[in-house]
Design a protein. Structure first.
Length: 76
């Protein structure tokens, strides 16, 4: 029961981090971690965001190499 809840929260955190990475890639806006004064918490925040970047990169590479996705030429 507890392990399932921990896994659920971990998956939710990864999904949130991936959404933040997508926002950064599409708009250029990113959370400002340099404003966090505690270096340990800043490091955890940077790693959290880095996980989302990695997952986003894997998803993007999968989409590029997949027959189920095609490039949208109507976008500028």
């Amino acid at each position: 029961m507890v392990l399932g809840r921990v896994v659920h929260y971990a998956v939710d955190a990864v999904l949130l981090s991936t959404v933040i990475a997508g926002v950064r890639r599409s708009s250029g806006f990113t959370p400002e971690t340099s404003g966090i004064s505690d270096p340990t918490i800043r490091s955890v925040a940077d790693r959290f965001l880095g996980v989302g970047e990695s997952i986003f990169d894997m998803m993007q590479a999968t989409a590029v190499n997949s027959a189920y996705f095609k490039k949208d030429t109507s976008r500028r």
